[in-house]
Structure formats: C-alpha cells, structure tokens
Design a protein around this ligand. Structure first.
Ligand SMILES: NC(=O)c1ccc[n+]([C@@H]2O[C@H](COP(=O)([O-])OP(=O)(O)OC[C@H]3O[C@@H](n4cnc5c(N)ncnc54)[C@H](OP(=O)(O)O)[C@@H]3O)[C@@H](O)[C@H]2O)c1
Length: 274
C-alpha cells in the first residue's frame, strides 16, 4: 500500500485507537515515526510507549501540534475537555477524524472552528482482524479529498462507506454494536451443538464458519437473505422446523429491537449544547 506521508496524532490510544494504529503500520500506510498517541494516565502512557513502536504520552496539545491528521478516539464523555485542550493548535490545514459514538461533526466544529475539516467515522471491533465495517460522514469544511484520506485509513481495517450524518445513530446500533449481538447468536448456536453432543471447540468452529460463510454469500452474491434462506429450506425438511422455532422465539423482532435501542442510546451518550 502506498505510504500516506502524513503525521497522525491519535488522541485516546485505547482499544480502537490502538488497533487502528497497529493496522496503519502493518499495511504500510504510515511508519511508526509518523504516529504519536496520547492517553489520560501517565502510567498507562509509559506502558503503551514501551508496547508500541511510536511515542505515547499524555500531552494532547503537543501531539496535535505536530500532526496533519488528528484521530480523536476518546470516550464521548471527555470530548469537551479534549477539544478545549487542542483547540489552539488545530488549524484548518489539519484533518480531524472523530470515532466517537453520538458526537456530531457540528459539536466538534463548534468546539474547534467551523473552518476545521472534520470527518466522523463509525468503525467496529472486527477492524482488529481486518474485517471491520466503517461508515464515514463529513462536516462542513471537509472536502472530497479529506473524505478520501479518511477512507484510505479505514480501508486498511475492512470496508468503508460514506453516508449522510443523519444515519450515524442507526449505523452505531447496527454495525458498531452489531458484533456483540452476533457473538451472542454465535455462542448460542455453539451451545446447541454442545447440547447435541459436539465438543465445544468443534461446535464453536461450526457456528463461526457457518456465520462467516452465510455472510460472505450475501456479500458476494448480493442476493436477498430471504432467497438464500429459501435455498436451504427443503419442503418438509429439517430446516423449516428450526425456522419455526426461531419465529416462535421472536428472534427477528428481538434483533430489530436490539439494534434500535442501541442506536437510540448512541443519541444519549453526548448532550449537544445546541
Ligand atoms: N468499542 C467499539 O466497538 C467502538 C466502535 C465504534 C466507535 N467507538 C468509539 O471509540 C471511542 C473509543 O472507544 P474504545 O473502546 O477504544 O475506548 P477505550 O479503550 O476506553 O479508550 C479510550 C482512551 O481514551 C483515553 N483518554 C481518556 N481521556 C483522555 C484525554 N483527556 N486525553 C487523551 N486520552 C484520553 C484513555 O486513556 P487511559 O487509558 O489513560 O484512561 C483510553 O486510552 C469511543 O468514543 C467509542 O464511542 C467504539
């Protein structure tokens, strides 16, 4: 992959920030000398500074002053104080990328400046195995070039699409929280295998590969999932009996409600002062 030749500051080098940094380096997009990470606690910074091939410290302003791209990956609850600290050094020639759930580009622009290009990104944890799903939306001053730059970064950890910001809460409920719902389903399928006598590791393998294969079939064929389901379902066969159990257990409505609730909660994580 062609190197970006940009300096990146990751403000909040936690789970997501850390795995993104590792992937940017592994894919050759950035070199360790191009990255600086920050965290809140000094002791944690010292540990991470040893773990990573790039510097990690606690001085947000210093890290951002050096950077062309600022990836903000703190929890939504601390975005106000982080923006307050970095505002004097965030000039309009930098790109700010925020991965914070529930925090709008407008909120970040209000803290920094309307002239600062802001791209909001919603990735998910499968980014850690290069199979993530990231949705991007742009703030007022972000150009196509800024969005393309953000897309290059997130393409290193999976798929990336660009959407209007009005969809970001739905995206949060579906693809950012989604992996947790999928793990519960996967675990339950494996438990079923165990109940029927399969060794647990085999049951987990069968459940995981089946989910991966079914998902891949949807992605590759573009077919409606209902059509693919019909292909598995022989008249008076085994699958239809299982499907009836799913309907009785209200699996569909439960999953729909889970995604909707998570999306609604994203809206509550940060109270916009407007
Ligand atoms: N987890 C997901 O699946 C997911 C998906 C999409 C988006 N997101 C978003 O990604 C963001 C990060 O999530 P995460 O799971 O990576 O959280 P996390 O592991 O808790 O990481 C947050 C990091 O922010 C650091 N931090 C806190 N205050 C700071 C400050 N004032 N200056 C600099 N760093 C500071 C923390 O440092 P210390 O370690 O020293 O406390 C920690 O390293 C959240 O806003 C979340 O909404 C998460």
């Amino acid at each position: 992959m062609e190197a970006l030749n940009k300096k990146l500051a990751i403000v909040g080098l936690g789970k997501l920030g850390g795995l993104l940094a590792e992937s940017f380096i592994a894919r050759g997009l950035l070199q360790p000398k191009d990255i600086i990470g920050t965290v809140r606690h000094k002791a944690r910074a010292e540990k991470l500074d040893v773990k990573h091939p790039f510097p990690v410290h606690t001085d947000n302003r210093d890290a951002v002053a050096e950077a062309d791209i600022v990836l903000v990956a703190v929890k939504p609850q601390v975005i106000d104080e982080v923006c307050e600290a970095i505002r004097p050094v965030v000039t309009k020639d930098k790109l700010v990328i925020s991965i914070l759930a529930g925090v709008t580009t407008r909120a970040i622009e209000r803290f920094l400046s309307d002239e600062v290009p802001v791209v909001r990104a919603m990735p998910n944890t499968p980014c850690s195995v290069g199979c993530g799903m990231t949705v991007l939306c742009r703030g007022k001053a972000a150009t196509d070039e800024h969005v393309a730059l953000a897309q290059k970064l997130f393409d290193t950890v999976g798929r990336t699409i660009v959407m209007d910001e009005k969809h970001m809460d739905a995206v949060t409920g579906l693809s950012a929280s989604g992996p947790a719902f999928i793990y519960v389903i996967l675990e339950s399928l494996a438990e079923a295998g165990v109940k029927m006598g399969l060794p647990r590791d085999t049951a987990t393998l069968l459940a995981a590969q089946t989910m991966k294969g079914a998902a891949e079939q949807v992605l590759v064929s573009g077919a409606h999932p209902a059509m693919l389901k019909d292909e598995v379902t022989t008249p008076a066969g085994c699958t239809i009996d299982g499907l009836l159990e799913l309907e009785e257990g209200k699996l569909r409505v439960t999953l729909i409600k889970a995604v909707v609730k998570s999306g609604q909660r994203a809206r509550e994580l940060y109270t916009d002062p407007d």
